[in-house]
Design a binder for this molecule. Structure first.
Ligand SMILES: C[S@@+](CC[C@H](N)C(=O)[O-])C[C@H]1O[C@@H](n2cnc3c(N)ncnc32)[C@H](O)[C@@H]1O
Ligand SMILES: [Zn+2]
Ligand SMILES: [Zn+2]
Ligand SMILES: [Zn+2]
Ligand SMILES: [Zn+2]
Ligand SMILES: [Zn+2]
Ligand SMILES: [Zn+2]
Length: 463
């Protein structure tokens, strides 16, 4: 029963992820699998699948939930063996010793074998491999600059921040007086802080095992963010110790997950980390989050984590043309933004490209015009939005109000058709937007009824 439909970690319309306890889910080499529910015309059926790989070729774990007891009994040993095999080749302590030995050598004697992902001083045995010679101190501290970015869009697609964006983000952290940074899938932030900020500590949690070669056990934990899984037991302990060392203060979590991945499991992971942060330190402090994501994912993201809000800062990448400003990139600049739980009023954006809006009391893009009717700076995509009186909101400048559709939309569209690109955020059906979702309408209807009933009782009491 494999390979009949797209992998579930992508936001496939008829497949939902079920957020429950992971403890009893079967394990694949990437930790506890996730439980999904697949809806077809005739049935809804649940299954377990890998929490890391969106490509079946890389991890083909698949199990119908109703066949769990039966199949697992037969395959348990096989899967357990796969899990052991997956981590067996990695000895973090040994790699750390090798790193320190290499650091003690003159750069002219340092070689990185990309084929074996090893730092060596003697190329014998590696002559036919892909080698980087004369490895500098800077490269040792910035492995993302010598490692080839993983580019499998279905697994760990690595788009790396430009130097300027890395610096700006760390500057926001400095302005906010953070002293500890949890980098989840953000190696460039970790590298920059570790090598250039004496008064900030940082830890990297990432699924890319190649970082074992460059960071010690206290700086890097091999981690799957979709199921909060540390590939090595010690990793969980190291991370708890890190949380403890913060005293529950001045700490921030930054993450830049693959854009196509499911949001719900990530939100669960970050909430669990935030809870641990408070529990370990015996307080109720909430861990601030910086989540890097494209502006057009705003609705999806806020659906699962409404405490986030989007900043205007455009995050740029080195190895993604569309995510850059300037002549090579999009006219409106990168579409990637920062979503954060921190009050936007506290975050000063660089004054060469951003301005302070005195009405909103926050920094916004230069092209973002304050709308007196919406009482907000309403632009999202890097263009200047304009207000439509009929729609009662600001819209993209090239949109036109269509009387047939009763809303602003692209000038070329098929009237009365659903010009919205995709399915409803609420029920995942194609054919309507969340605003028009029958499910929500019936919920709202029930809520209204309840409210009316409640206010009725109140009135009665008052009377
Ligand atoms: C889009 S890149 C972000 C890199 C970031 N822009 C930087 O420059 O530091 C995604 C990162 O998340 C990591 N990643 C992908 N899937 C992951 C998972 N399931 N768990 C943890 N990390 C993951 C990748 O290895 C990669 O480092
Ligand atoms: Zn897997
Ligand atoms: Zn080699
Ligand atoms: Zn404003
Ligand atoms: Zn407006
Ligand atoms: Zn309109
Ligand atoms: Zn129309």
């Amino acid at each position: 029963m494999k390979g009949h439909f797209n992998s579930p970690l992508e936001n496939t319309q008829n497949i939902e992820v079920i957020i429950g306890d992971l403890k009893n889910n079967p394990k694949c080499p990437h930790g506890p699998t996730l439980l999904f529910s697949r809806r077809t015309k005739n049935e809804t059926r649940q299954f377990f699948a890998c929490a890391a790989c969106r490509d079946r070729k890389m991890c083909n774990f698949f199990l119908w939930a109703d066949e769990k007891e039966n199949i697992l009994k037969k395959k348990a040993a096989l899967w357990e063996n796969e899990c052991i095999k997956y981590t067996k080749g990695v000895n973090h302590r040994k790699l750390f010793l090798a790193l320190n030995k290499i650091k003690g050598l003159h750069p002219s004697k340092r070689i990185f074998c990309d084929t074996c992902c090893m730092l060596i001083s003697d190329e014998s045995g590696h002559t036919s491999h892909s080698l980087v010679k004369n490895v500098s101190d800077y490269q040792l501290e910035h492995p993302s600059e010598i490692l080839k970015p993983l580019d499998n869009p279905k697994k760990e697609a690595q788009y790396l921040f430009s130097k300027q964006s890395t610096k700006s983000i760390v500057q926001f952290f400095k302005d906010l007086k953070y002293k500890n940074v949890i980098c989840i899938g953000t190696p460039r932030i970790h590298e920059y802080i570790s090598s250039e900020c004496n008064d900030i500590t940082s830890i990297l949690l990432d699924i890319d095992s190649r970082f074992h070669t460059f960071f010690g056990p206290l700086q890097f934990c091999w981690f799957n963010s979709f199921n909060n899984y540390f590939f090595f037991k010690e990793g969980q302990q190291v991370f708890n110790d890190f949380l403890k060392s913060t005293n529950g203060e001045n700490t921030v979590l930054i993450t830049d997950p693959p854009f196509g991945g499911r949001i719900e499991p990530l939100v669960r992971t970050f909430k669990t980390i935030s809870k641990n942060y408070a529990n370990i330190n015996g307080n109720h402090n909430v861990l601030p989050v910086f989540w890097i994501f494209p502006y057009f994912m705003e609705a999806q993201l806020l659906n699962y984590m409404p405490e986030l809000h989007m900043l205007d800062y455009k995050v740029e990448y080195d190895n993604h043309l569309l995510f850059q400003n300037g002549p090579k990139g999009r006219k409106q600049g990168s579409p990637v933004r920062i979503f954060t739980t921190v009050d936007a009023k506290l975050i000063k954006l660089p004054s060469n490209l951003y301005k302070f809006c005195k009405f909103c009391c926050k920094w916004v893009s230069k092209e973002n015009k304050h709308c007196k009717i919406c009482k907000a700076c309403t632009s999202k995509n890097g263009e200047t939005y304009v207000h439509c009186l009929e729609c009662q909101r600001c819209v993209k400048p090239n949109w036109k109000h269509c009387n047939a559709c009763k809303r602003c939309t692209q000038p070329e569209h098929i009237c009365m058709n659903i010009s919205f690109n995709g399915s409803c955020f609420q029920c995942k059906e194609i054919g309507h937007r969340r605003n028009d979702c029958p499910q929500l309408m019936s919920q709202n209807h029930k809520k209204r009824k309840r409210n009316n009933a409640a206010s009725g009782t109140k009135k009665k009491k008052i009377a």
